[in-house]
Write a protein that binds this ligand. Sequence first.
Ligand SMILES: O=P(O)(O)OC[C@H]1O[C@H](OP(=O)(O)OP(=O)(O)O)[C@H](O)[C@@H]1O
Ligand SMILES: O=c1[nH]c(=O)c2nc[nH]c2[nH]1
Ligand SMILES: [Mg+2]
Length: 159
Amino acid sequence: MSSERYHQHFTISWDQLHRDVRQLCHQLIERDFKGIVAITRGGLIPAALIARELNIRLIDTVCIKSYDHMDQGGLDIMKGVDHDGDGWLLVDDLVDTGKTARAVREMLPKAHFVTMYAKPEGRPLVDQYLTEVAQQCWIQFPWDMGIAYVEPLADQLKK
Ligand SMILES: O=P(O)(O)OC[C@H]1O[C@H](OP(=O)(O)OP(=O)(O)O)[C@H](O)[C@@H]1O
Ligand SMILES: O=c1[nH]c(=O)c2nc[nH]c2[nH]1
Ligand SMILES: [Mg+2]
């Protein structure tokens, strides 16, 4: 599937992400997890921040790739885990079509699956998420961006 399906951008700053993670952690703090399984690579960043908030030191990964920038390809699963997820917190940055989530759910059916952001198609596949984002929005994460000069509006309009 190609990038043409994304008509808008939903930009998330480091600050916003950190605040969102902490908000999600308020909903998770009462639960007792054996550890976290992060879905690489996007899940690694929220997983590290969640681990800090919930005081979890045991972190494993499921290594999986589906997108080449905005273009969705086949799922490439490079590493799994040797358990069914019972008592574990499974973390990804977002769920979009749900293709990644479906594959990981099959591997870890008993894990508690959370994402920071969820689009409608993938939303039913996770147990918990913080913010819903429209299906046609591309979520632009801070690790994919940099700080750049922006021309004053007056100069932009002169062109
Ligand atoms: O619901 P889906 O349509 O499957 O999309 C969601 C997945 O896509 C992204 O990962 P990506 O494959 O781009 O790899 P990355 O985490 O290494 O960036 C994102 O981090 C999710 O894991
Ligand atoms: O950075 C990303 N933003 C998205 O909206 C998205 N959907 C799938 N994979 C994604 N990666
Ligand atoms: Mg990912």
